[in-house]
Design a binder for this molecule. Structure first.
Ligand code: GAR
Length: 204
């Protein structure tokens, strides 16, 4: 639909953040956006099932099959550009994209990170690792961040953040789940909704 921003979601795993976006689209929160494409760099990502169930077009592009990161990114560009994508959401996408790729899509790629940037972020901090580091450091508050993606890992402009308390007895898994429930699944859909509204408004 012309009055909606076309959204691509890139995933690597379970896809609970993708599910939060799908639910937000269904509930009308993401009123001016439509998820039209899901790309996974992992064949067995459960996120693919979530997308297929909704009839969203999916692609699996592995680095191995495409001859490394350059080949992977070329294949992604071809698909993304041929589908006139306005916004690319990295939702549990666990690969670092090249400077060329992120510059090509300047201010069109956003990411959700499971910590309060600038804490526990950058190269090597993905999945459970920020939570393990947060518990080791003994912080009492952590959270999640949605940010634009630039050439520095987790270094782009911050769009939204939400704090979550660390509780006595937390394991990395328990903390990960709380950060998802209390932060990621809330701030990512809101950020996508806001950006989609802006994209559509700027077209007029
Ligand atoms: C989420 O916690 C997300 O923030 C994190 O991976 C998890 C994926 O969960 N992303 C990163 O660490 C990126 N640096 P999901 O597949 O269920 O959405």
């Amino acid at each position: 639909m012309a009055d909606k921003a076309r959204v691509a979601v890139m995933v690597s795993g379970t896809g609970t953040n993708l599910q939060a976006l799908i639910d937000a689209q269904k509930s009308g929160l993401i009123e001016k956006g439509e998820i039209v494409l899901v790309i996974s760099n992992k064949e067995d990502a459960y996120a693919l099932e979530r997308a297929r169930k909704e009839g969203i077009e999916t692609f699996v592009i592995t680095q191995k099959a495409s001859g490394g990161r350059d080949g992977f990114e070329e294949a992604c560009k071809e698909i993304i550009d041929s589908r006139n994508i306005d916004l690319i959401v990295l939702a549990g996408f666990l690969m670092i994209l090249s400077k060329e790729f992120v510059t090509y899509y300047d201010h069109k790629i956003i990411n959700v990170h499971p910590a309060l940037i600038p804490s526990f972020c950058g190269d090597g901090f993905y999945g459970l690792k920020p939570h393990i580091a947060a518990l080791e450091r003994g912080v009492k508050v952590t959270g999640a961040t949605v940010h634009f993606v630039n050439e520095i890992a987790d270094g782009g402009e911050i769009i939204a953040q939400k704090a979550v308390n660390v509780e006595e007895g937390d394991t990395p898994e328990i903390l990960e789940r709380r950060v998802m429930e209390q932060a990621e699944w809330l701030i990512l859909p809101v950020a996508v909704a806001k950006l989609c509204r802006k994209i559509v408004k700027n077209r007029k």
